[in-house]
Design a protein. Sequence first.
Length: 212
Amino acid sequence: MRAARKISLSVVKRLPRYYRYLGELLADKITRISSKELSERMAVTASQIRQDLNNFGCFGQQGYGYNVEQLYCAIKDLLGLSRGYETIIVGAGNIGQSIVKYKTFEKRGFFFKAMFDIDEELIGQSVVGVPVYSVDDLEKYLSAWKIDIAVLSLPKTEAENIFQTIVGCGVKGIWNFSHMDLVGPPSVKIENVHLTDSLMTLSYRLNEAEDT
């Protein structure tokens, strides 16, 4: 079931969390759950859960709660995880290798097809079966294969040029770890990830706690 109206980004960002918790419920063979019970597991209010899910349709029934499998499958569809995504990584260093080695991504439908780098020692090798090519071959590769998502795990000095090449070849999804915020046309969807931002947020919270 798809939303009939534009949903706020804050709601969208909570969907993966719902999906993760519902997956854990399925693994525990729990078939239904109330918004109150789910709120206790997720540490959010039952009202917030109902408001979020009501954006996408009437999943729950009063006095019954939510059918866990039905809701799990509905959110999977909303997140687009049923379709599968052909994915490449530009930058085969520590971050790139950690991503491609994390098997949960493949279980979620993100299939890594190739990695690209400038390091001659890495080119021609493979990481968990994913071949590493020269970044010089990137445009040629993208011309030959339809890729849905490109992961950028390279220095910001190189990110903009690589980004323009990728977008020019028709890739519509960018997961960017390059320490700079990339901006593209509306047709290209970009997630800029700054790992240090999350760590500094934790630092702020620790600092705030010490000051009170």
